[in-house]
Design a protein around this ligand. Structure first.
Ligand code: ATP
Ligand code: MG
Length: 438
């Protein structure tokens, strides 16, 4: 078993890091997670805070959530806590509510080939499809993805168990796959996306072997269930390092695997990448200012290059802008759904934001006030500003809408009256009453 090689010495004292070195303070950890660990230990089980939360504390980042790993089986965990329930199909995990926190408690798992039963399964391509074989702490440690995600912290003894050498890797700024990176990326290609995420978030550099493995295996992204990828992409890009992560997705070629339609459009018109880059920079700014970022807005930007090119083409073929945009949106979203399932509650607003790009120029007193009340107006307006920032000529439409929003009702009427006066009207097609007025 290749993964076994990671343990140069048998598990035990060699993995222990004392408080003097790890410097983790109790108040950096979650009270709920501490209470859960202590309760499990009281009942004779092994239990630790595990994974990303410890990695984040060691990297000087406040963890967004805490996970617990234990030798107790899900059914045993559930019995110990009144507000606990088993969830998950792919992995059985227990959600324990403690105060206002939600802690994920997982039972130590083994890599499926180590287990006795047939609980773990691999598809023809080597992808792990089920992974519910229980194991020891050591088994659990080596089935995790990266060395820096394989920390186990015991709050009772304040000992850190660094099972795969993550402590030294973090210190050296290295993100390293546990075991053979070719095998680990094949088993679960989402790990390649996670690699990009952790590199960007933690300022780490993926080790050379893993970089090579990523290049060889990036096409495996196409094997991942499209339903899983929507959230994974959001996790990579809805962060305060979205710009860096996006650059890495492009450089590694993972972006082309995830967004083939956008990739083709960027080949045809490389300048279209600017809008996505600006959307990423805005994301970073907004997150740093504690402002919300909407996933649909991010996807609207990520898919815009394909929509824009189709829209231009359909317009050139004589469609009205609104019809062209609707057709282009459908085409882009249909093609994208092969790789990433975009749930309806997101695909609808994405199409609305695009559609607004054809509505915003159609200004009359009645229309302007109606447009300003559209549920998606703010997002559509922000999107228009992004397009302008890329240098697209919109006849100062963004500024017009900025002024309109600030103006009082009387001035608004006047503005809407005069905006399109004297501008050439688009020729109406006889069979289409929907043509825009500019
Ligand atoms: P985040 O800061 O986004 O929560 P995380 O590392 O905690 O990062 P989670 O998705 O919460 O990520 O996963 C918790 C832990 O489970 C990880 O630290 C890692 O040890 C393990 N893990 C998660 N996904 C995988 C995977 N695809 N393959 C192997 N191990 C994984
Ligand atoms: Mg986590």
């Amino acid at each position: 078993m290749v993964l076994r090689k990671i343990f140069k010495k048998p598990a035990g004292d060699s993995h222990k890091i004392s408080k003097r070195d790890h410097k983790i303070k109790a108040d950096q950890t979650s009270k709920a997670a501490r209470d859960i660990v202590l309760r499990l230990q009281e009942k004779g089980f092994e239990a630790y805070m595990v994974g990303g939360c410890i990695r984040d504390i060691l990297s000087g980042i406040k963890p967004k959530d805490f996970d617990v790993a234990t030798s107790a089986k899900p059914e045993q965990v559930v019995r110990l806590f009144p507000r606990a329930r088993i969830i998950g199909r792919r992995f059985k995990i227990v959600h324990v509510r403690q105060g206002r926190e939600l802690i994920e408690v997982t039972t130590f798992r083994a890599h499926h080939t180590q287990g006795k039963g047939a609980q773990g399964q691999q598809s023809d391509t080597g992808i792990l499809v089920r992974d519910n074989v229980y194991g020891s702490l050591e088994d659990d440690a080596i089935r995790r993805d990266f060395t820096c995600n394989s920390f186990y912290y015991d709050p009772s003894s304040e000992t850190l168990f660094d099972m795969c050498g993550g402590f030294a890797d973090l210190r050296d700024g290295i993100l390293r796959t546990i075991g053979d990176p070719y095998e680990r990326f094949r088993e679960d290609p989402v790990r390649m996306l996670r690699a990009v995420r952790f590199e960007a978030k933690l300022g780490l550099q993926l080790d050379q072997d893993s970089c090579d493995a990523l290049e060889v295996n990036r096409h495996m992204m196409a094997e991942v269930s499209p339903a899983r990828l929507f959230d994974e992409v959001i996790k990579v890009l809805m962060t305060d390092s979205a710009d860096i992560a996006f650059g890495k997705l492009i450089d590694t070629g993972l972006f082309d695997q995830l967004f083939p339609g956008t990739a083709d459009a960027l080949d045809a018109d490389p300048g279209l990448i600017r809008l996505i880059e600006l959307a990423m920079e805005n994301t970073v700014d907004r997150i740093k200012m504690d402002k919300g970022v909407a996933p649909f807005f991010l996807y609207a930007a990520l898919l815009w290059p394909a929509t824009k090119l189709s829209f231009d083409e359909f317009c050139a073929n004589g469609m009205s802008p609104s019809e062209a945009m609707e057709t282009a949106a459908r085409k882009t979203l249909d093609r994208q759904s092969v790789r990433i399932t975009i749930p309806k509650r997101f695909s609808v607003p994405i199409a609305e934001v695009w559609k607004l790009q054809t509505v915003l120029p159609r200004i009359s007193p009645k229309r302007a006030s109606k447009t300003a009340e559209h549920t998606r107006f703010r997002a559509g307006y922000d999107f228009l500003l992004l397009r302008e920032e890329t240098g697209e000529n919109t006849d100062n439409l963004g500024q017009w809408w900025t002024d309109y929003q600030k103006a009082n009702p009387v001035v608004r009427q006047e503005m809407a009256h005069t905006r399109n006066k004297g501008r050439p009207r688009r020729r109406k097609r006889t069979n289409n009453n929907n043509s825009p007025s500019n």
